[in-house]
Structure formats: structure tokens, C-alpha cells
Ligand binder design. Sequence first.
Ligand SMILES: *Cc1c(COP(=O)(O)O)cnc(C)c1O
Length: 256
Amino acid sequence: MSDEVNQEVDLMYGLKTVLSQIEAAVARRSKDLPQVAPRLVAVSKLKPASMIVEAYEGGQRHFGENYVNELADKASDTIILEKCKEIKWHFIGHLQTNKINKLLGSPGLFMVETVDSEKLADNLNKHWLKFRKDEERLKIMVQVNTSAEEAKNGIEPSQSTKLVEHILKSCLNLEFVGLMTIGQYDYDMSKGPNPDFLTLVKCRQEVCENLKLDINQVELSMGMSTDFEHAIELGATTVRVGSNIFGARPLKLKTN
Ligand SMILES: *Cc1c(COP(=O)(O)O)cnc(C)c1O
């Protein structure tokens, strides 16, 4: 019991702290960047539904998960369905073809941030027809592997225009929203701006120039607990923050 109470207090404190840090980072952001108010995605993976309800009741609406089964279970949880009617789920993990229907059928699914191939885009485009309401398109981001690490998902930066063009031309049930990166872990910020974030910013520049898109309309999802403020200063419009809000996760599980 006392444990639960403590958790509650920590969570609201964490959420408020992150929100005020976001605001402060926005004030430091270069005026040359699109002046979009960043969206906080609270990453709730491996955390119980009760904490999601708590954060929701504290005003948080966007939540991120990176395992399809976990997102589907939480999205269909009776308490969440009853108490979190406006919840917006972001899928931020690697999506396997055989899990697409399960993901797309999840109530409150708002965005898939990890589209990294034409094949995946085509599959989402095709299957979304069965699930969409009111002709609404499925919001997606293209995941870019900015750190050129083989273990990371995402397309190479040089391929991003091609994939975005494919989505715009051939995937009419999808709405291209922006670019997302995970980037290398524990980058030492004393070395200067995180090169992954700079690469994603440059990628957006190129995609917008090549495809004549308005840069103010193309989002950047980058930054996690350790570096979301830095990411906002460099132009992030979506930050994905987990442990600073919900507390540390069990170590044995990978985040990707
Ligand atoms: C887990 C995860 C996060 C959040 O990580 P924290 O360090 O807990 O803030 C953000 N993005 C992705 C893709 C993740 O898997």
C-alpha cells in the first residue's frame, strides 16, 4: 500500500518536472527552428496500467509502447478504456508483419513511429482499411537509423526521401507526419550537439527540399529521458520519455 502511494507521488512529480523542463528547453531553442510546441510521449513500457491511469488523470494523453502485445493489452484494458477515453497510443518499437493486425486493432492507436521500409508501409497501408474509422488516415513516422549501427532499426538517412516519396505517392491510407530516430545511447553531450539529432534535422531538410514539403509540417521525434531537453533545443517536436516519469525499468530487457 505505502509502495503504491509512493509510486503515485513520484510519477506526478516526474511528469510535472519533465513538462517544466520541456518548457524551459523550448525557450532556449533557436528561433530559426519551426516553433512547434513539443509533444511529450510518456513511454510506459513494462509499467502497469495503474500508472498509465495516474498519468492520464494528471493530464498526460500521449503514451508510447514498443512491444505490440503489451500495447494491445494495455489499450484494451477495461480500466484504461473506462478512465482514459482520449488516450493516444504511439507505437515506437520494431513492427513485425505478423503483428500488424494486432497493433492496428488496438483502441486509441494514434501513430506508428517506426516505419522503416516500403514493405512495412505497404502492409500498414493495406491493413489499415479494415480498421480505420471515418476515412481517417493512419499517422506514421519514418524511422531513420542515424547512428549507422547495424543492430538499430531504421532506414539509412540517404534513403529517407525515397521512402517518404513512396508513402506520399503510394500509401494513400497513411499520413506522413515526420521522422524519428533512437540514436546511440549515452552520447556524451560535453562533446557538443548529438550527431544523431543533427543528422535527423538534416534529413528533414533534405526530404522537405526534395519533395517540396513545408518544414513546419514535418515533425522530428527524438530525445529520451537522458537527452530530451537537448533534443528540443535542436528541434525535436516529439520527445519520448519513460524512466524520468515512471521510474527505472527492469534492466534485463532491451529498450529496442
Ligand atoms: C524505452 C524507449 C524510450 C524511453 O526511454 P527512457 O530512457 O526510459 O526515457 C524512448 N524511445 C524508445 C524507442 C524506447 O524504446
